[in-house]
Design a binder for this molecule. Structure first.
Ligand code: XMP
Length: 319
């Protein structure tokens, strides 16, 4: 793609000019935006870049491993991988209010990120995968918002002692352009085409209290759901698809025994920007296959329902 090839060159030159020989820290979320930003910046300044990946324990199944493998082994980008899942899940114990969940996660994220980046000596810049829609959506914070922070719906910017200047090479791009740039940079198309994923992660897909067991159940069910969607060739027609583990148990039957287990909701929407969305019209047999597999393969779930709410009035996420 000619446009992206020249954009890439332009940005590489710009990053070099901005950064000089200073060090840059990039907060990697596992998502497409921060990954594309990291690969682009690495191309520009090589090992002057260090990525910090905070694993909250609330990512999709196997995603943390995939991110680490891709960046460390495939791209050879210096990467600090912080497994903070005990901290996050510990602090979330007993928290049921959706806003409190978001705030807790946002606060912890910044604490952990700050602590790790303070260890990177001589860092002067913070790299962000901020996109154009993020820039125009938050005029009050423009110049200060960050994709890392953005991904937690902005908890008030970085603490003062982290006086890093921002490098935001994706500031002029929309999501589809970021994906094109990612492909241009050699990121796997399957990775680049992944559905959006919220900063607070699976926490906002587990209404009520979050436990390690519930996270594991949700990860397993969600992975089956996405696998079936890919198999049916529907992944790219959907803006976002995910499972939600409900804090409701219902009665079922398995063999000659009654079961009393959780309900899982499946969500899939079409959208162009996430601001409005329509529920996705699945062929029934695909939904049926998902339900059968999830109930058979995931212990703890005995009923599956499909969410047919559009946005508005619903939101895409459940919390
Ligand atoms: P809602 O649920 O508000 O979501 O309709 C719209 C889009 O935004 C994503 N989302 C978030 N993304 N941090 C993020 O980075 C968040 O806290 C957050 N909350 C929702 C959601 O996944 C959907 O794509």
């Amino acid at each position: 793609d000619w446009t992206m090839a020249s954009y890439r060159q332009e940005q590489v030159a710009k990053i070099r000019a901005q950064v000089g020989d200073a060090k840059v820290i990039c907060g990697l979320s596992g998502g497409v935006d921060s990954s594309v930003a990291a690969v682009l910046i690495h191309e520009a300044i090589g090992d002057q870049l260090t990525c910090v990946f905070v694993d909250t324990g609330l990512l999709r199944k196997d995603e943390a491993t995939q991110v680490v493998t891709m960046f460390r082994d495939h791209y050879n980008i210096p990467l600090v991988h912080v497994d903070a899942s005990d901290l996050f899940l510990g602090e979330l114990e007993g928290v049921t209010d959706p806003e409190t969940k978001r705030k807790t996660i946002g606060r912890l994220f910044i604490e952990v990120f700050d602590k790790e980046s303070a260890k990177i000596e001589g860092a002067e810049f913070l790299a962000q995968g901020t996109l154009y829609p993020d820039v125009i959506e938050s005029p009050s914070t423009s110049g200060g918002p960050s994709a890392v922070i953005k991904s937690h719906h902005n908890v008030g910017g970085l603490p003062d002692y982290m006086k890093l200047k921002l490098v935001e090479p994706l500031r002029e791009l929309f999501k589809d352009e970021v994906r094109a740039l990612g492909v241009e940079l050699g990121l796997p198309p399957q990775f680049v085409g992944r559905h959006p994923f919220p900063g607070p992660g699976l926490a906002i897909r587990i209404p009520g209290e979050i436990t390690r067991d519930k996270v594991a159940i949700l990860q397993a069910a969600d992975a089956i759901y996405l696998e079936e969607i890919r198999k049916a060739g529907l992944y790219d027609s959907i803006w976002q698809a995910f499972a939600v583990l409900l804090p409701v148990k219902t009665v079922g039957v398995m063999g000659d025994a009654r079961t009393y287990e959780s309900v899982l909701a499946l969500r899939a929407v079409t959208s162009t920007d996430g601001m409005t969305a329509d529920f996705f019209e699945f062929p029934w047999e695909v939904l049926g296959r998902c339900a059968t597999r999830i109930i058979n393969e995931v212990r703890g779930v005995n009923r599956v329902v499909y969410d047919v709410t559009s946005k508005p009035p619903g939101t895409i996420e459940w919390e």
